[in-house]
Design a protein around this ligand. Structure first.
Ligand SMILES: *Cc1c(COP(=O)(O)O)cnc(C)c1O
Length: 480
């Protein structure tokens, strides 16, 4: 598939046109320095008008289609029994091939409810890899997160096309020793924190087989599903002849419960839990009106509900979902051309820089990914997200939990950025790589106890930021 070019090597091509735009603001570097210091070197605390290209996340910020926006104009704003909700419910059942749906306001709300219902203190929850909010909810409910990732998962450079696969031998071993203590098995499709790496359909089928035999509940986090579907089609020979829709059906045949952030999966703001099991549905249902809202909106706006319904159809359209991974792959290729260390193979969600290799002169306790995020903002006005040690929490004795893999994520929200904007990012960050010796570390000045990466503040642990700014001015002159 894909389009061939006459003169140049292949590059990704936008299969949509832009009809609404938002003007961007690129601050001069001196103002960027002030802004990042004020934000405590935490890109979550920057104001949006201080950011040029916002590559923080894909949560709730994908570009919507004309059909989604049109659907939002006709929504039924009823507290109970809304027509908009009925449309969503029937689309969700068709999409996941499951009969029972519970709405929630976003992905982490589902994690809250599932953890509260299924985890008893002391339980183990098996994960192919954890996610920040999922882990926090599991632990608050007394659970212990056990990650059974395969040997390639946290290798920055790898040829393994499915780094998100669960290690089946480890799964069998844990079932043998801990079976009665396992709350559920959570599979994240694909894995956010190791670089948007997918899970193979074969692995999902094996996990399901083992869990069914042992009466264990299988829960899928389908927030990043669309990239994963694309990778199954592109990388898993056995299933290449199937359509995205057919692959999707086989994927969900492997789960008992699925939850997701519709902020990502369907490019509109919401979340939900789906199951094929009526008893499980009834157990979970009680908590929806208590924490989220009545059963026919679950905290979502009816307009968003209409957009999600349309977004779910688009999530199975190959030409819509191939855009993200193709642009990410191109961005990784351009970085590699300039020797900038990136996670390979390219995954979904965004392009991930290997901060441990990028800033190998810094120690893990100097927060390499946090420092790199701050330096990237200084050099480019681009906002990435730290996905390393700052995104972990301290152990009970106060010592650090060093992340398995120390990443800066440059998220590419779907259909938002053009190839020239991506080239700008690669250009500035490649300059930064050649000047990496100027980048120093960070230390906390304000450190919240829970999910510290959201609101924590840090400062430079030696004076390096002004030196970096000065070098930028020497090399780029008056340029922003
Ligand atoms: C973003 C994300 C969530 C949380 O979703 P929100 O809607 O942002 O709360 C959960 N799991 C994964 C894999 C995610 O990427």
């Amino acid at each position: 598939m894909g389009i061939k070019f006459y003169k140049s090597q292949e590059f990704p091509l936008e299969m949509h046109k832009v009809r609404t735009i938002q003007k961007l603001n690129l601050l001069p570097i001196d103002e960027r320095l002030k802004a990042i210091k004020k934000a405590g070197n935490n890109t979550f605390l920057l104001e949006s008008n201080e950011v040029f290209l916002d590559m923080l996340t894909d949560s709730g910020v994908n570009a919507m289609s004309d059909k989604q926006v049109a659907a939002m104009m006709m929504a039924d704003d009823s507290y109970a029994g809304s027509e908009s909700y009925k449309r969503l419910e029937s689309k969700v059942k068709e999409f996941f091939h499951m009969d029972y749906f519970l709405p929630a306001h976003q992905g982490r709300a589902c994690e809250h409810i599932l953890s509260k219902v299924f985890i008893k203190p002391g339980n183990i929850v098996i994960n192919n890899y954890h996610f920040t909010t999922a882990k926090a909810h599991m632990e608050i409910n007394g659970g212990q997160v056990l990650e059974l990732f395969n040997k390639d998962a946290v290798e920055p450079k790898s040829e393994n096309p499915f780094k998100g696969d669960l290690d089946l031998d480890k799964l069998q071993a844990v079932i043998k020793s801990e079976k009665s203590n396992i709350a559920f098995v959570r599979m994240e499709l694909g894995t956010n924190l190791i670089g948007g790496q997918p899970v193979s359909l074969k692995n999902l089928q094996e996990v399901a087989k083992i869990c069914r035999k042992n009466n264990l509940l299988v829960v899928f986090d389908a927030s990043l599903l669309t990239d994963n579907l694309y990778f199954i089609k592109e990388r898993e020979k056995e299933f290449q002849h199937l359509s995205i829709k057919e692959i999707n059906k086989l994927v969900f045949a492997c789960a008992d419960i699925v939850y997701c952030s519709f902020r990502k999966l369907s490019s509109a703001r919401g979340g939900g839990i789906v199951t094929r099991n009526k008893d499980l549905y009834i157990k979970l249902r009680e908590l929806i009106p208590l924490y989220e809202g009545f059963l026919t909106y679950g905290g979502m706006s009816v307009r968003e509900i209409e957009a999600i319904t349309v977004g779910l159809d688009e999530a199975l359209d190959y030409e819509m979902i191939n855009q993200g991974p193709q642009f990410i792959a191109e961005m990784c290729r351009m970085f590699q051309e300039n020797n900038v260390p990136v996670i390979t193979p390219p995954g979904g969600l965004g392009c991930h820089l290997d901060a441990r290799a990028f800033l190998s002169h810094l120690k893990p306790e100097e927060y390499q990914a946090g420092a790199l995020c701050s330096a990237i903002y200084l050099a480019s006005g681009i906002r990435g997200m730290e996905r390393g040690t700052i995104s972990e929490s301290r152990k009970e004795d106060g010592s650090e939990t060093f992340a398995n893999i120390e990443l800066v994520r440059l998220a590419l929200p779907r259909r938002v950025f053009t190839l020239s904007q991506i080239r700008y990012a690669v250009d500035r960050i490649s300059w930064l790589y050649d000047n990496r010796h100027l980048i120093g570390g960070l230390k906390f000045s304000e450190e919240p106890k829970v999910l510290r990466f959201f609101l924590g503040k840090l400062e430079e642990n030696q004076l390096w930021q002004e030196k970096l700014v000065n070098k930028f001015k020497v090399d780029f002159g008056d340029s922003l």
